[in-house]
Structure formats: structure tokens, C-alpha cells
Design a protein around this ligand. Structure first.
Ligand code: ZN
Length: 545
């Protein structure tokens, strides 16, 4: 061990010798931390399930629980030792929510005294291994960066890899055995085949065949996303897959409606408010988009902020051959709608318009956002190659912004065509504006957040809503907003078609800043204690199974 510099030694001695100063910062307030989250119960209409499906769900829950145990080890290490060491019940609960002693909604800030910073490699690499050392080792041994290995030190101090199916053998065997039991009960042949291959994948550490089989499931009502999947937990390479599980029940009714709407895309493409050359491509309708009730979250997807949509698989070999599936989690969206969006609009919208904020409109806007990604064009009309290449780091924000406004354009057209039933068109517009506040508040670093900021300022400039200076509340002007949606759609589709990087950057410069007024409005939301995210009450009891 290196000798400590003298100055540091004397500082340490000084700190040890002195009593704690009286104005010490207060101990971490566990109650306030837990209040960042609000609970929501995950259910589905079990009357729509067969007896076999009802018998499968408890087995899948047991498999999911094993994934939860495995993720705890990946994220932190010894769960029981950590939880057992925390006396404060709120802080202990907060550690459960975060799968460790670091606050995931606050840049992984530690909330338990003495734990230190979260290791950048989580518990997937040795804590003392630097990126340089790992890079050097990976040059000789590609398994260091493999999706499905843990890196540890051998007795001689060198780095070695242990495959997940060895390192997590106990959790994987529990999960695989339960998945096999569930597969035996599956009525749907494609689901049975996938579950069998998934259990085998976990035992062999080879996931490709099971990912392919997951893509082949088309008419199954029950679904199970399980295994090591996303790679956000370690921040050294983003190379290691985290264990998680979702148990899902497909909304057969919405799935039928979606297929119908996707069939209307060619006509909607023709009606886009932009010259013909910017809409000459045939709109995409291949991708598989469905709505689900999620009845169980475990592991990675249950840690901190909760996902309301799944887009898988990640394996590019599968994407090339079979595309991808997009799963919209309807009841999880309802959780965010009820617990977060309604309180936000209750504060920021004019009282007489709040009745237009509805879950049906929120869900429809989200679904049509997804479908609207298929409208417009993918190739520039100026020989600059694909829109994505031409717009570089501006591409994502512009594409998300496009999907938002064209989603609302679709809603408007379908409403005119009598496709949306009795609902008031104003519901979609008012709910849309409410969602802008929610997205600005939660995602400023993301493409979605930037797109929402631009749209807010553009709508404001166009008079789509007016802010009452006295109450700080917003009132939507339906006619002006319809015009603003059309002109913003035209602007974005034109920039994309031209592959005009400078114009895209200028849009963000001109419209991307949060003014003092909006800042103050958002601070009112914080002062009200509106939660940031959700925790789930879930399991057999919640489902009545
Ligand atoms: Zn999108």
C-alpha cells in the first residue's frame, strides 16, 4: 500500500479527533425519498384467461422472482446483508426500490451512510478494475466484454470471466425449471416452443434461438419477457445484460384495432400537410405493435423508474431477419396517467379544460405516436442518404417530435373519418398538452425531452395555448393548436426530407430553452410533492390467483 501524503494523514487525524460539528447536515430523510414513488396495483381481467393460463402465471412469477434475486447480485451484491443492516424502515424500503443503496432518480447518489459511490461496473466487474485494465484484458479475451459473463479476479490477481449460467446457476436453474413447468401447461404452440427454448437458453447461455422463437409468437395472449436483456446497469462498457422479467397479458381488443389503423396508413400518408416529394415513400406497416397489461415486473425493469413500453429483441441478427416487437404496457401507462399526469394538469391547466384530460386520449396519443413513426420518409430527397445519417445527433429528437405531432394528426384525421367513436377531439388535444409538461419535467436529457421542449415553445409562439399571468394556468386554443400541429408537422417533414442538419440544429437552438416562466410553473409541481415515479403492488394476491 502506498504511503498517504503527510497532509492527508494529519487531516484524517484531525477529523478523528474532533467531535462532530453541531450544524452537521441532517440524516437522510427516508420518508421524503420514498415519497418520490407512489404505489400502483398491477391487475388484469383474469376472466379473459383460460384455466391453464391462470395456472401458468404463478409459475412465471416464481421464475421472475429468481430473476429478481439475480439482478440484486448484479446491481449490488448481498441483498440480505444490506437490507438487514438498515434500521430505518423508509430507507430500507428505498433500498428495495433501488436494488441497492444508490438513488436511481438522482444520478445514483448514495443514501446510506458509508457506502460510497456506486461502482461504475456495478457488481459485474471487480470493483478495483479500471477501464484501461479491462480493455487490455479484452484484447486477448473477448469474453471480458461478453453480454453474458461476470468478470472477477483469479487467485493470481489476473482477470477471469465466469459465464452467467455458472455464476447465477442457482437462480437460473430455479427460473428455468419453473419456465419448463409453465411451458407444459401452454395451450398456444408458439408460446410453448418459446418457453422451452428460453429455459434451454438460460441453462446454456445461448439466447439466439429463443429470441427468434419470441419473434414468431403472433396469436398468444400470455407473454413472458425473461432473462438477461438490457445493458444499462454497468457504465464501463454497457456490455453486460441485466436480468429481468415481465409477465404480460395481451389486450386482444386493442391489438385488433391497431392492425386496422395500420392498414389506413397509406391514405393518411397521402394527406400529410407537405408537398408530394416529401411523402412519396410507402409508409411502413410491418412492425409488430401490441397493447398489454403487465402483471409482474422483476429485476432490472423494476429498479427505479418504470418502463411503459418494451422494444425487443436487442440482438441485431434477429432484427435483420425478423424485425422487432413493440409492446405498449397499458396498465403501467394508466399508473403514470393517474398518479402523475392528472396531478400535473390539475395544477397547470385552466379548471374548465381539465375534464378533457382522459386516459383513453392519453393511451391513444401514445399508441398513435408509435404508429406515426411509420409516416413520412426515411430517405432524404436531396441525395444525402438516409434521414438518420443526414441528421446525425439531431435525428432522434426530430424523429420523436415528428411521431408526436403526426400521431395527433392521425387522431384528427381518424376522428374526421368516424374511426374513433364518440370521444371529443378536444380530449386528445388537451391531454397532449398536459403530456408535454410531464415529458419536459422528467426527460430533459432524452430525445423525447428535447422534442417536447421545442414543441412547447413552438405552440406558445403560435398561440396554441395561453398562460394566465395571474394563476399561472394554461388554456388551449383548439383552432390555433390545430394550425400549429399542421405547420410544425410540415416543418419537421421538410427538414427530414431535405436532410438539413443545420435547420434541425436551429430548431433546437430557437425553441429548445426552458424560460423562467415555465421553470417557475414546474417548481410549483415539485412544491406540491407530485411523485416522480411508480412502485408496483403485484403478485398472486393482487391478481386474485
Ligand atoms: Zn417514439
Amino acid at each position: 500500500m502506498r504511503a498517504l501524503p503527510l497532509i492527508l494523514v494529519s487531516l484524517l487525524l484531525f477529523a478523528w479527533a474532533c467531535p462532530a460539528p453541531v450544524d452537521d447536515p441532517p440524516a437522510t430523510d427516508g420518508k421524503a425519498l420514498v415519497a418520490k414513488y407512489t404505489p400502483f396495483t398491477l391487475t388484469t381481467d383474469t376472466a379473459l384467461l383460460s384455466e391453464n393460463q391462470k395456472a401458468m402465471i404463478p409459475l412465471l412469477i416464481e421464475a421472475a422472482e429468481a430473476m429478481d434475486e439475480a439482478f440484486w447480485i448484479q446491481a449490488y451484491g448481498d441483498k440480505d446483508a444490506l437490507l438487514g443492516s438498515i434500521e430505518d424502515t423508509d430507507l430500507r424500503r428505498f433500498a428495495e426500490i433501488n436494488y441497492g443503496p444508490w438513488d436511481r432518480l438522482d444520478d445514483n447518489k448514495p443514501f446510506i451512510e458509508g457506502v460510497g459511490e456506486k461502482p461504475v461496473g456495478a457488481n459485474l466487474y471487480p470493483k478495483d478494475a479500471t477501464k484501461e485494465e479491462l480493455e487490455a484484458a479484452a484484447a486477448n479475451d473477448p469474453a471480458i466484454k461478453d453480454l453474458y459473463t461476470v468478470v472477477r479476479r483469479a487467485d493470481d490477481g489476473s482477470l477471469k470471466t465466469i459465464p452467467y449460467n455458472e455464476f447465477f446457476a442457482a437462480q437460473i436453474e430455479t427460473a428455468a425449471a419453473k419456465i419448463d413447468e409453465a411451458a407444459a401447461l401452454a395451450d398456444n404452440a408458439a408460446l410453448k416452443h418459446y418457453l422451452e427454448l428460453r429455459a434451454a437458453a438460460m441453462r446454456s447461455n445461448e439466447y439466439l434461438d429463443s429470441d427468434m422463437a419470441w419473434m414468431d409468437m403472433k396469436d398468444n395472449q400470455l407473454d413472458f419477457v425473461v432473462g438477461p436483456i438490457e445493458t444499462y446497469e454497468e457504465r464501463i462498457f454497457g456490455a453486460k445484460a441485466s436480468f429481468e422479467a415481465y409477465i404480460l397479458v395481451k389486450d386482444m381488443e386493442w391489438s385488433k384495432r391497431l392492425a386496422h389503423y395500420v392498414g389506413l396508413l397509406p391514405g393518411l400518408q397521402e394527406g400529410l400537410p407537405v408537398p408530394d416529394e416529401y411523402k412519396k415513400e410507402k409508409p411502413g406497416s410491418k412492425s409488430d405493435l401490441n397493447a398489454y397489461d403487465v402483471v409482474y415486473y422483476a429485476g432490472d425493469c423494476n429498479a427505479g423508474s418504470k418502463t411503459i413500453a418494451i422494444n425487443l429483441p436487442n440482438d441485431e441478427r434477429v432484427q435483420l431477419e425478423k424485425g422487432a416487437r413493440r409492446l405498449q404496457l397499458k396498465n403501467a401507462m394508466r399508473a403514470k396517467f393517474e398518479k402523475i399526469l392528472l396531478p400535473i394538469t390539475g395544477e397547470l391547466l385552466a379548471p374548465e379544460q381539465r375534464g378533457h384530460v382522459t386516459f383513453d386520449a392519453f393511451f391513444a396519443n401514445t399508441m398513435f405516436h408509435e404508429v406515426a413513426h411509420g409516416l413520412g420518409i426515411k430517405q432524404t430527397i436531396t441525395d444525402k442518404g438516409s434521414v438518420r445519417e443526414a441528421l446525425g445527433n439531431q435525428a432522434s429528437a426530430l424523429e420523436e417530435g415528428k411521431a408526436d405531432v403526426l400521431g395527433l394528426y392521425m387522431v384528427t384525421k381518424l376522428h374526421e373519418m368516424g374511426e374513433l367513436g364518440e370521444a371529443d377531439l378536444m380530449d386528445y388535444y388537451v391531454t397532449f398538452v398536459g403530456s408535454i409538461f410531464r415529458s419536459i419535467r422528467f426527460g430533459q436529457a432524452s430525445a423525447h425531452g428535447r422534442a417536447n421542449m421545442v414543441r412547447f415553445n413552438y405552440f406558445k409562439e403560435q398561440g396554441a395555448f395561453l398562460r394566465d399571468a395571474e394563476t399561472g394556468q394554461y388554456r388551449i386554443d383548439f383552432v390555433a393548436m390545430q394550425k400549429a400541429v399542421a405547420s410544425l408537422s410540415e416543418m419537421i417533414l421538410t427538414i427530414q426530407g431535405n436532410g438539413d442538419y443545420d435547420a434541425a440544429a436551429k430548431l433546437v437552438t430557437d425553441y429548445g430553452t426552458k424560460g423562467a416562466e415555465l421553470e417557475a410553473d414546474l417548481e410549483r409541481l415539485d412544491a406540491l410533492g407530485i411523485p416522480r415515479d411508480i412502485t408496483f403492488v403485484q403478485g398472486r394476491e393482487a391478481l386474485g390467483l
